[in-house]
Ligand binder design. Structure first.
Ligand SMILES: Cc1cc2nc3c(=O)[nH]c(=O)nc-3n(C[C@H](O)[C@H](O)[C@H](O)COP(=O)(O)OP(=O)(O)OC[C@H]3O[C@@H](n4cnc5c(N)ncnc54)[C@H](O)[C@@H]3O)c2cc1C
Length: 436
């Protein structure tokens, strides 16, 4: 007889796997299945990112309270996990630089936000240009924030390790299985897949990253929302720049409503130096190259024209910013010049190889507004995590506990009150902290 899983998670990225890890630790004797279309876990965005464990000074403590909290807790949690699993975690710090007066105002705001979000005084310092020059002689700016609590990691490796832990707890992971349709009966959900038999489940969790909106629509949820995808591209620096700076250097976003547009100077966990990402509008969450971008062009245009995103793509400011991003995709020099504003020594000729691009999917509502935060939606026998963007990898562990607690509070999932040990953590301690 066909088996019905208790809980099925669509998405084997860092979020889906973190949820599977905690669920499999605290709920015994229940079958938990993760489905992913890719050949490995963390195949998409969870391995295609900047690899930073972000300090929470960039997040408004009012408007992005949950992400700020998750980032703050995530730092300690990943640091502990990396130690146990012997995975790289470099607490190497970051400089956030301002090159004009508007930027300085922003830095002052970030300093206040950082302190409210729990960073200690010695972890977050505002430096003038002389202090910056002493610390990083090649960096040119008017002022900068130096945050010591910022790390460099490999999130793909973290997700793989966590997936092994979830499997050891009894969770199953089914790869190369693309979900194509979701339908409901009275007491279970039927999941049709492209290359596997139909899967039955009592409860579905949608953690499908760039396709989470599509999966939600399949389940008749969040029909008022759509998404726009942005490809973040990188260029790898030659070895002559390996000692150019000690720390990663970010610049204050030029457009605060689009904080993901400004490429950075990145020091990776394995020592590579890169610049990126930009944010080029593309047609799908997997449009890494020209062919896949072209393949999804017409369906995406039709989807956008019938949604709130229609107004966004015809907005003059969006069009002007998008054309700058296209230019920086076509021209290496344009891209490098954006970072030269604060690191004038770098030359395009030293960047010979493109890095690994990753795609961000930003949710747009019916009023043509980009939704700033993650969106959690409940459906019949299902729960959907949408718009789970940066600092999504940093906050994935505590955010997963938050998601589980939301389902518990809505009566969807029963969790007992006894302390539950999950690896080096206690589930209820994390839950109490993240929901505070
Ligand atoms: C360029 C870039 C840089 C970033 N840098 C950072 C950073 O430095 N630090 C940080 O904290 N965050 C960063 N982020 C954000 C972070 O990487 C993401 O928030 C995080 O990886 C999202 O994880 P996820 O599990 O939700 O999504 P994903 O990793 O995309 O996982 C979703 C999974 O769902 C699967 N899936 C989708 N549809 C289906 C289907 N129909 N059937 C079966 N499977 C399906 C996909 O195959 C995929 O594996 C960055 C993001 C980008 C784009």
């Amino acid at each position: 007889m066909e088996k019905t899983n208790n809980i099925t998670i669509i998405g084997g990225g860092i979020l889906g796997i973190s949820i599977a890890y905690f669920l499999s630790s605290i709920i015994k004797n229940k079958s938990i299945l993760v489905i992913d279309q890719a050949p490995t876990v963390a195949y998409h965005t969870s391995s295609r990112n900047t690899g930073k464990v972000h300090a929470p000074f960039l997040y408004d403590p009012e408007k992005k309270k949950l992400f700020a909290k998750a980032a703050s807790m995530g730092f300690e949690m990943w640091e502990t996990y990396a130690k146990i699993k012997n995975l790289p975690f470099k607490r190497d710090g970051v400089l956030e630089v301002a090159t004009d007066e508007k930027g300085i105002e922003r830095l002052e705001k970030y300093k206040r936000w950082g302190e409210i979000n729990g960073l200690k005084k010695d972890e977050l310092q505002l430096l003038d240009n002389t202090e910056v020059s002493k610390m990083e002689p090649e960096v040119k700016c008017k002022k900068a924030i130096y945050c010591t609590k910022d790390g460099s990691v490999d999130y793909g490796a973290f997700t793989n390790a966590l997936a092994n832990d979830a499997k050891a707890n009894g969770a199953a992971i089914l790869l190369e299985t693309k979900v194509t349709k979701i339908s409901h009966s009275d007491d279970f959900i039927k999941i049709d897949t492209l290359n596997h038999d139909t899967i039955k489940t009592k409860f579905l969790i949608n953690a499908a990253g760039g396709q989470a909106i599509d999966i939600a629509h399949h389940a008749d949820v969040a029909k008022n929302l759509t998404d726009i995808h942005f490809r973040g591209e990188y260029w790898e620096a030659g070895s002559e720049y390996k000692d150019l700076t000690k720390v990663s250097v970010y610049s204050v976003p030029k457009h605060s409503q689009y904080p993901f547009l400004d490429p950075h100077w990145i020091v990776r966990a394995d020592g590579r130096r890169e610049i990126g990402p930009n944010a080029v509008p593309v047609t799908s969450p997997y449009a890494y190259d020209f062919q896949s971008n072209l393949k999804s062009l017409f369906p995406k245009i039709i989807e956008i024209l019938g949604s709130g995103a229609r107004k966004v793509i015809f907005d003059p400011q969006f069009l002007s910013l998008a054309s700058e991003e296209f230019l920086s995709s076509l021209s290496k020099t344009v891209m490098i010049n954006r970072v030269r504003e604060f690191l004038p020594k770098i030359k395009p000729s030293a960047f010979k190889k493109r890095g690994t691009a990753g795609i961000r999917s930003s949710v747009v509502n019916e009023n043509a507004t980009f939704v700033p935060d993650a969106v959690l939606k409940e459906g019949p026998m299902s729960f959907h995590i949408l718009n789970y963007n940066s600092p999504g990898a940093t906050g994935a562990l505590p955010f997963s506990v938050y998601v589980i607690m939301q389902m518990h509070e809505k009566g969807i999932l029963q969790i007992d009150d006894t302390p539950n040990k999950c690896g080096p953590w206690n589930f209820h301690d994390i839950a109490e902290n993240i929901t505070m």
